[in-house]
Design a protein around this ligand. Structure first.
Ligand SMILES: CC(C)(COP(=O)(O)OP(=O)(O)OC[C@H]1O[C@@H](n2cnc3c(N)ncnc32)[C@H](O)[C@@H]1OP(=O)(O)O)[C@@H](O)C(=O)NCCC(=O)NCCS
Length: 154
């Protein structure tokens, strides 16, 4: 990880910054209330990446939510602030997810992604996710299909 970025659990105080990135990243963004609910779920793991600017100033630049249920994980959300994409921040988040999966004895994981989302597909492929199937009309907002991508934790 670059020295100027740190990864920490997401808390309620991060939600304004998280929701601003969310609005800028998804056609149907989650509401603050949905994020708040997520923070309460025992099987949810949620993290932010902050850019450390000075000793006292940090800015949330990305976040991720995944679930761990028994020995499987499901990636629910990942997003990076628009002007900081393609600089490795998404990779920092996925590496952290894999590290936690190993710690918690998770064997495998899955996620859904829009076939048009080449950036996300590229990120997932970089970490060994492979396309295993398709959910027809999965996304209610655009009726787009979802690719199902899976990976095994080694
Ligand atoms: C998907 C997303 C989180 C990637 O974050 P990022 O910080 O840009 O990712 P990284 O810089 O770590 O890139 C990792 C890999 O992803 C791929 N990638 C990233 N952006 C890409 C793009 N625009 N086109 C194609 N591949 C891309 C590359 O393979 C890259 O590997 P490399 O750095 O070795 O070239 C970011 O684009 C984003 O926030 N998108 C909007 C939200 C979203 O769509 N989330 C996923 C929903 S399923």
């Amino acid at each position: 990880m670059k020295d100027s970025f740190e990864i920490t659990p997401m808390t309620q105080k991060d939600l304004a910054a998280v929701c601003a990135i969310e609005k800028d990243s998804f056609p149907t963004p989650w509401t603050p209330a949905l994020f708040l609910q997520e923070l309460e779920l025992s099987f949810s793991r949620h993290f932010i990446v902050s850019e450390v600017k000075t000793e006292r100033t940090k800015e949330v630049v990305g976040y991720m939510i995944f679930w761990i249920i028994h020995d499987e994980t499901q990636l629910q959300k990942i997003a990076v602030k628009k002007d900081l994409r393609k600089q490795g921040i998404g990779s920092i988040l996925i590496r952290e997810m894999i590290r936690i999966c190993r710690l918690e004895g998770v064997a495998k994981g899955s996620l859904e992604v829009r076939p048009s989302n080449q950036a996300a597909i590229g990120l997932y492929q970089k970490f060994g996710f492979v396309v295993k199937g398709l959910r027809k009309g999965y996304y209610q907002d655009t009726r787009e299909d979802a690719l199902i991508m899976c990976f095994e934790v080694d």
